[in-house]
Design a protein around this ligand. Structure first.
Ligand SMILES: *[C@@H]1O[C@H](CO)[C@@H](O)[C@H](O)[C@H]1NC(C)=O
Length: 180
């Protein structure tokens, strides 16, 4: 019943499946390059790869598409943090109100900067590059405000890191766009 040929076929099929799933897990060459460069200024290589791969089309994207993806992820991530801060504001103590509303303004600005960059991508890559950087500075404002107020807002440090990560990624990607 279970001939040698059958076993051989089974092993071959298994090997093909394993190598395919490994290929699917490997980030594209472009993502590898972008994330190596990003890791020099912010976070880790792996953090950058998983941040981009939240979009399932990232691995097949060219540089223009990847710029779009990184900015869109920056927009959705900072918008989510805006909503998080809005929820916290509802039951915040008077002391943390000030920090939180300042952070909310910072995040409104950060999302707006990512949006400007996205709208500038095709016409003006230089401005898109600049605004990608500004988004990270906006997030930094929230971090600075927390330090000035000596406030510890739960979950916000992690989210600030996400915001700055997408800014750092978008800055690197838009820096590699062909200049028109
Ligand atoms: C924000 O980005 C981080 C890092 O990629 C990710 O872990 C998190 O799930 C994102 N949050 C949302 C709401 O997209």
């Amino acid at each position: 019943m279970c001939s040698l040929a059958h076993r051989f076929m089974l092993v071959t099929i298994l090997m093909v499946l394993v190598s395919r799933s490994q290929a699917a897990n490997a980030p594209s060459k472009l993502i590898q390059d972008i994330c190596k460069e990003t890791a020099e200024s912010h976070g880790t290589y792996d953090g950058c790869v998983s941040a981009l791969e939240l979009d399932p089309t990232a691995d097949s994207a060219d540089i223009g598409k990847l710029a779009k993806i990184s900015l869109q992820l920056g927009i959705s991530n900072t918008t989510d943090t805006q909503n998080y801060i809005k929820k916290l504001i509802k039951d915040a103590t008077p002391e943390s109100q000030k920090t939180l509303s300042s952070c909310l303004s910072s995040y409104l600005a950060a999302t707006a900067s990512f949006k400007s960059a996205l709208s500038e991508l095709s016409e003006d890559p230089l401005s898109a590059n600049y605004d990608s950087k500004v988004a990270g500075d906006d997030v930094q404002e929230c971090e600075d405000e927390q330090e000035r107020d000596k406030a510890q807002i739960p979950g916000l440090a992690t989210r600030n890191n996400y915001g700055k990560l997408y800014s750092a990624i978008a800055f690197v990607v838009t820096n590699h766009l062909p200049q028109s």
